[in-house]
Design a protein around this ligand. Structure first.
Ligand code: PLP
Length: 361
């Protein structure tokens, strides 16, 4: 077996144990004589897996019985529209804290449904920091406040949770969900496309408090109403069964490893090694993000010149380290070090960085 060090931004690396179990169960899952892709979503075995996955998610997140877990499709991108479609009606507006590319896209979609009040930290087309609480422009009458906990493309991450008073806080956690513990009670809803930290693409986990869901608009086309998912345990139509299965295995892997505290410890260790290597490189490698806003999930850095960066990416690939090119909108280098990337992967990568610098200094 020749597994690479996979720093893809999404879809991204999955834990090897998860892949192995999926491979083992491919022909005969839970004694059905079929793979999970071939069973009925109305059958007992799938029904158990489905509900077990919801319970596991709540348990790992520390969410109480007042939380509903919904399995939606269409990625986090669909939530950018579904959230305001459900929550902005009768002239209601919302506050958006914009800290990166995806937050900006969320605003664009929300504007179809209501007035959006933005607090942004964009400067000259770039996002390099997280705003301070005092900079946030919040409307106490907003239907919700929307934020993005980790900025996948620009490599910044919130390291505190904003105070938003009595307004429900909604968070796009697509790229750092379950990478660290978080106080679920701070939020009314969190959502995440699974393909970064939770599994494969195809399922978007939406976790919401029942009190927030109760405010959702009911008279919407069936598949666009949160109510449909909540009332039918996300089994109104055929759910993305295989994606939910891999989600289930990944959640079990997180739980077995010690839950979110263990994930955080490992991710902090990886961040220390990587940012340490960048900061001690005498400016050979530079991180454009302000120190207190650096992401532990998407570590971005620059070399001197696009040509050198191209060479870096090419040689990294030859050394078995893949997916390191920054997003096409920003360039540079990005190591996406989600939960499934190990401390050993990161050590191998900083060794490569040191070696590359020696040869190209
Ligand atoms: C990747 C990403 C998205 C887009 O997710 P899709 O599932 O492709 O729609 C949205 N928000 C954040 C923070 C992301 O990292």
């Amino acid at each position: 077996m020749n597994r690479v060090v996979n720093f893809n931004a999404g879809p991204a690396a999955l834990p090897l144990d998860v892949l192995k179990q999926a491979a083992e169960e491919m022909f005969d899952w839970r004694g059905t004589g079929m793979s999970v892709m071939e069973v009925s979503h109305r059958g007992k075995e799938y029904d158990e897996l489905h509900h077990e996955s919801m319970t596991l998610f709540r348990e790992i997140a520390g969410m109480g019985a007042d939380w509903k877990i919904l399995f939606c499709t269409g990625g986090a991108s669909s939530q950018f529209a579904m959230l305001p479609m459900n929550m902005l009606y009768d002239g209601k507006g919302a506050d958006y804290l914009v800290t990166g590319h995806w937050g900006k896209v969320a605003v664009k979609e929300a504007k179809y449904f209501g007035a959006i009040n933005e607090s942004t930290v964009e400067e000259n087309g770039a996002f390099r920091r997280i705003p301070k609480q005092s900079e946030l422009k919040l409307d106490p009458k907003a239907a919700y406040v929307h934020m993005t906990s980790n900025n996948t493309i620009f490599g910044s991450q919130w390291h505190y949770w904003p105070e938003v008073g009595n307004v429900p806080l909604v968070c796009d956690m697509s790229s750092d969900v379950f990478s660290r513990p978080f106080a679920a009670d701070k939020f009314a809803m969190v959502y995440a496309g699974a393909q970064k930290n939770l599994g494969p693409s195809g399922v978007t986990v939406v976790a919401a408090k029942e009190s927030f869901l109760a405010k959702a608009k009911a008279d919407l086309p069936t598949m666009f109403a949160y109510k449909t998912y909540a009332d039918n345990d996300s089994l109104f139509n055929t759910p993305p069964c295989f994606s939910i299965y891999i989600l289930n295995l990944t959640l079990q892997w997180i739980k077995k490893a010690g839950g979110l505290a263990a994930m955080e410890a490992m991710n902090k260790e990886k961040g220390k090694i990587l940012y340490g290597a960048i900061d001690s490189s005498d400016g050979y490698y530079t991180c454009p993000v302000e120190k207190d806003a650096r992401s532990l999930m998407n570590v971005v850095f620059r070399l001197k010149g696009v040509e050198l960066e191209e060479k870096f990416a090419k040689e990294a690939k030859n050394a078995g380290i893949i997916g390191v090119k920054g997003h096409r909108a920003v360039g540079g280098i990005r190591f996406s070090t989600y939960n499934a990337s190990s401390v050993a992967d990161v050590r191998k990568s900083v060794d490569f960085m040191a070696d590359f610098r020696k040869k190209n200094g």
